[in-house]
Ligand binder design. Structure first.
Ligand code: NDP
Ligand code: GFR
Length: 312
């Protein structure tokens, strides 16, 4: 049987564009949804045109035109949604319910990967508000998928290096600090840091794999399971400069959230669960999960010393 045909919805997004590239690189006929709503967003258009140059097929479709979604999913075997998780007034994640309905109506889809790519929302029932809303909405989408008996794979990708490694996991910045670094608690909680291109590679490896059918794929490559202290040490070695460490206690961290706006509070909540609770690694993967580097040992995933070199 040939490789599945793939449709990526949310294709011009941060992880979406990487998933399109991985799908093409791994030899899948790849469709990307071209939404009329992008209007004059010339960057999005140019990303779509670059996909076309790489061999992707553009298919028109809109979340406000259900039939267009049905027609788009009828062209493929696998649908991957990389919808934004940013949760302001527009409940982006819940927009996927339209896509679930379209997949149900079309009836041909062999695997659906909804927009997750982070913490496992099934393990975040205790999450702090308002960040919890993203997880609650991801669980509503999961229920709709499972009620509709749509075959799925959920991808729990842990921490994107772009948001968590360049900054040495400092808040509100994406580049390394110059003199001092804030450590969360003792800085020893184990985190999993992932290069986003590897997230895309593993995701596409999984779509035709029976071992990941109706399972959660966790991305936990052993050499990328690091504490924040270990990440800082990697950077100090690369930069040749020691940083002053400033410990932020959990209580002080939570107290600082009080006066923040919605978006900042949501991100802070995520940081709290990741760096103080160690939520990414404080559980064993059960029989409803698989670990990506174990399934696909051939993937030469990027280690974080390699990732950080660009910042020296
Ligand atoms: P982006 O913010 O890059 O958005 C992705 C796409 O969502 C956009 O390109 C757009 O698709 C689509 N979209 C946004 N708003 C609308 C709308 N109103 N109507 C229709 N489509 C819309 O997403 P990310 O790549 O940052 O996030 C994708 C997933 O990854 C989320 O689930 C998020 O929670 C998770 N994530 C995980 C991180 C981690 O560290 N593990 C970090 C960041 C995100 P189009 O291309 O069609 O315009
Ligand atoms: C690790 O899993 C996730 C991470 C997830 O499931 C969903 C979202 C995230 C990211 C968010 C991406 O938008 O965690 C926090 C947030 C990124 C962020 C980085 C938010 C506030 C910050 O100050 C920040 O500093 C780098």
């Amino acid at each position: 049987m040939g490789k599945s045909k793939v449709l990526v919805v949310g294709a011009t997004g941060y992880i979406g564009r990487r998933i399109v590239k991985a799908s093409l690189d791994q030899g899948h006929i790849t469709y990307v949804l071209q939404r009329p709503e992008i209007g004059l967003d010339i960057d999005k258009l140019h990303v779509l045109m670059s996909f076309k140059k790489q061999g992707a097929r553009l298919v028109q479709g809109s979340f406000s035109d259900q039939q267009s979604l049905v027609e788009a999913v009828k062209k493929v075997d696998v649908v991957i949604c990389t919808m934004s998780g940013v949760h302001f007034k527009t409940h982006n994640i819940l927009m996927q319910l339209n896509l679930v309905d379209a997949i149900k109506e079309a009836g041909n889809v062999k695997r659906f990967l909804p927009s997750e790519f982070g913490m496992d929302p099934a393990r975040m029932e205790h999450a702090l508000a308002p960040g919890r809303e993203t997880f609650d909405e991801k669980m509503i989408v999961r229920k709709a998928i499972e009620d509709a008996k749509i075959p799925f794979t959920y991808v729990s990708a842990n921490c994107f290096a772009g948001y968590f490694v360049g900054s040495l996991s400092q808040l509100e910045t994406l580049t390394p600090p110059k003199d001092k670094v804030h450590l969360y608690g003792d800085g020893n909680a184990k985190i999993v840091y992932m290069d986003e291109d590897d997230v895309a590679t593993y995701t596409i490896k999984a779509i035709d794999d029976p071992r990941t059918l109706n399972k959660t794929l966790y991305l936990r490559p052993p050499e990328n399971i690091l504490s924040q202290r270990q990440l800082v040490e990697i950077w100090e070695k690369l930069s040749g400069k020691k940083l002053e460490k400033i410990i932020i206690s959990g209580d002080d961290f939570l107290a600082s959230m009080k006066d923040m706006d919605y978006a900042a509070k949501a991100g802070m909540g995520h940081f709290y669960h990741i760096f103080y609770e160690g939520c990414l690694t404080n559980f064993e993967i059960g029989e409803d999960g698989e670990e990506a580097s174990n399934l696909y040992p051939e993937v030469k995933y990027t280690r974080m010393d390699e990732y950080l070199k660009i910042f020296v």
